[in-house]
Ligand binder design. Sequence first.
Ligand SMILES: [Zn+2]
Length: 232
Amino acid sequence: MTRPAPAQPSPDSAHRNRDHPGSDHPGSVRAGRSPVRGARRAAALLALAAALVGAAGCSPSSSPVPTEDRAEATVSVTESGLDLDNGALPADARIDDGALPGVAKLDANLRKAVEAAAADAREDGVDFTVNSGWRSAAYQKGLLDDAVATYGSRTEAARWVASPESSPHVRGKAVDIGPVDASSWLSQHGADYGLCQIYGNEMWHYELRPDAAEQGCPAQYSDPTEDPRMRG
Ligand SMILES: [Zn+2]
């Protein structure tokens, strides 16, 4: 007879989720998810957490990070009182989820292009998540206010976040796609669908440029401050 092994305490288990404050939040605005969708969401959150850890690297937690398009910005705005009706999205939003205003209010041609790209990417084993799509002007203002607080000035914030008047997201003309393997897939294949990265500093932000399939995507602006649309 072998003796029963002594119980092994599992030091990790009690703390596994301690560093993901707010990770439950996006789901809270959307009750009644199926177990499959829930599992999918959990996987997306794990991927997001890994991406955030990677993005943070060894830098101090107080260092500024881009707030436009990042999931934490979405959570922050959501916590400040905005919701799905303003374009906030759960962490695993899909381009074919027409029940979400942030997806449903996208320009129809942009949405069709992203749906086609997402279907083909899936065959390559790459899943698209819509991190942000259409946003209300109020949502965009919240993002801008957050960015001004983060960067300390409106000038610096403008490198990352447009005003409600100028943001293509508010007009339903832009979509932010993650995770990194999905935006990488788009950087290789997006032009075939008319989908172009517009800003060098925002590898997740895509807009429709119908001529791109024939002519390729236009040269990128290094950041939104170079975009004449942002100066209106
Ligand atoms: Zn964007």
